[in-house]
Design a protein around this ligand. Structure first.
Ligand code: AMP
Ligand code: TRP
Length: 333
């Protein structure tokens, strides 16, 4: 089997959480360990599409890098860098914005959600955010992009831009058409407080998410306080359709233990919910607490983190400047 070329990005906009881990980071590490060529980017240019405190942003770039490393991304095997340190991303984004069509961007649901009711006040950057994401991916000829379910539409846009460029410039293989890698069974981790909202860094309630930096006690408390209902533990998949919070907790358990929900129905049959929550807290702590400890350790070693980013940026610079030169050439520059 030929090695895949992997590219993915995470925004440095706050604490990474269990949704980022299950939807993205866990898969990054698996792909790396299957000997694929991986590039993982801290997408700081994407972060500034909404206002950021410059001091906090700098800290968050390092913290996101620490989280990558603590989850098992190895800088000797994979390239880890931050987007703003490699100019090809901004340059490529401009060129690709001349390929992308307004109609395509107008359909992006994430823009609609993030811009809210007053779209006139949203930044232009937020609107063209998916074009920058396409540049990230296409500049490195990535064949596969592991992301959570919420990024599916952005990836389709990257595929459309790639195909349109190849066709408009009569260059059939210039850009790779990237494939999304989205988990089939449990691709979206939901808020612990509302099973219809995704777990997110920006939710004002810290109880809605499990941060990768939470302590053992915080994890136990958050799972204990997670929203459930008064019905007993479900007996089959069908009954989960109307119980989004329960579906989410079972999804987390199954995803971290690599088991099927069907197995849980018999294991927890006739037990009360607090028993399941206790077991779930153990499972989450087994995976997340060692990561949390490692993040705290790495956060104190700023010099090491900066070195990882610097070395990663040099490699990314080399790869992307070749491609951007060819791209400019195609345009006639
Ligand atoms: P972000 O934090 O928005 O930069 O997302 C980084 C990665 O984590 C992307 O691949 C997202 O799709 C993924 N992700 C973010 N939130 C969730 C969630 N609640 N469930 C699953 N994946 C998620
Ligand atoms: N938009 C992605 C998110 O918010 C982050 C991202 C930026 C990304 N560039 C990327 C993901 C390239 C995959 C590939 O989650």
């Amino acid at each position: 089997m030929t090695a895949k070329k992997i590219f993915s990005g995470v925004q440095p906009t706050g604490n990474l959480h269990l949704g980022n881990y299950i939807g993205a980071l866990k898969n990054f590490v698996e792909l790396q360990n299957e000997n694929n060529k991986c590039i993982f980017c801290v997408v700081d240019l994407h972060a500034v599409t909404v206002k950021q405190d410059p001091k906090l942003l700098k800290q968050n770039i390092r913290k996101t890098t620490s989280a990558f490393l603590a989850c098992g991304i190895n800088p000797k095997k994979s390239i880890i860098f931050n987007q703003s340190s490699v100019p090809a991303h901004s340059e490529g984004s401009w060129l690709l914005s001349c390929i992308a069509r307004m109609g395509w961007l107008n359909r992006m649901t994430q823009f609609k959600e993030k811009a809210g009711s007053d779209k006139e006040k949203a930044s232009v950057g937020l609107y063209i955010y998916p074009v920058l994401m396409a540049a990230d991916i296409l500049l490195y000829d990535a064949t596969h992009v592991p992301v959570g379910d919420d990024q599916k539409q952005h990836l389709e846009l990257a595929r459309d831009i790639s195909k349109k460029f190849n066709s408009d410039f009569n260059a059939p293989n210039f850009f790779q058409v990237p494939e999304p890698l989205i988990q089939k069974n449990f691709a979206r981790v939901m808020s612990l407080k509302d099973g219809r909202k995704k777990m997110s860094k920006s939710d004002p309630s810290d109880l809605s998410r499990i941060n990768l930096t939470d302590t053992e006690d915080q994890i136990i408390t958050k799972i204990k306080k997670a929203k459930t209902d008064s019905d007993p533990f479900p007996r089959d998949l069908k009954s989960l359709n109307t119980r989004p919070e329960i579906e989410n907790l079972i999804g987390i358990y199954c995803s971290l233990t690599k088991t099927k929900p069907e197995n849980l129905f018999s294991d927890f049959n006739n037990k009360n919910f607090s028993y399941f929550k206790k077991k779930l807290a153990e499972v989450v702590n087994d995976k997340i607490f060692p990561i949390s400890r490692e993040i705290q350790k790495l956060n104190n070693d700023v010099e090491y983190i900066d070195k990882v980013l610097e070395q990663g940026s040099e490699k990314a610079y080399e790869l992307s400047s070749k491609k951007i030169k060819q791209l400019k050439n195609k345009f006639g520059f």
